[in-house]
Design a protein around this ligand. Structure first.
Ligand code: ZN
Length: 152
């Protein structure tokens, strides 16, 4: 069922395209139920996304074993980011109001931010000035892939 659904959304869903091989140098890890990619901007150094491999809209629509696997991948990414980037805090967010394909934002927050207590979209208008370059993506993906491998 999911495979047909995936094809159905390939034309319109940017995250289905990432899952199908479109993430390019941003790809960090491919897991059974998710892929992990470097975020599209690096306003927060080390920001990543964990994307469900199937075009599901809600976590609660997934079987419980898949929910658990997705969350394990999210927290694995968080731990790798914490290890490599040494942030003050990791923010985890799953909204899906813009792109209706399950994804988790894994966002490192830093002491040197103007307001580390703000929510991570407070300065969203500035993200476009920090779009991830292919070289930044490769560097981040390499460092994080190593950290992900070393963990377990
Ligand atoms: Zn999709």
């Amino acid at each position: 069922m999911q495979h047909q659904e995936q094809h159905h959304h390939l034309a319109t869903c940017p995250l289905c395209r990432d899952v199908a091989g479109g993430a390019g140098p941003r790809l960090i890890a491919v897991n059974e139920h998710t892929i992990t990619v470097v975020g599209e901007h690096q306003f927060f150094r080390g920001y990543c996304m964990v994307i469900a491999r199937q075009h599901a809209r809600e976590m609660h629509d997934l079987p419980i074993d898949v929910q658990q696997a997705v969350m394990a991948d999210v927290f694995r990414a968080g731990r790798a980011i914490a290890q490599v980037y040494k942030p003050l805090k990791i923010n985890y967010a799953s909204l899906g109001n813009v792109v209706e394909h399950l994804h988790w934002h894994v966002i490192p927050r830093y002491r040197e931010e103007a307001d580390p207590t703000s929510h991570p979209w407070a300065e969203a208008s500035r993200f476009k000035n920090h779009v991830t370059t292919p070289n930044e993506a490769l560097d981040a993906a390499r460092g994080l892939a190593d950290a992900l491998i070393c963990e377990f």
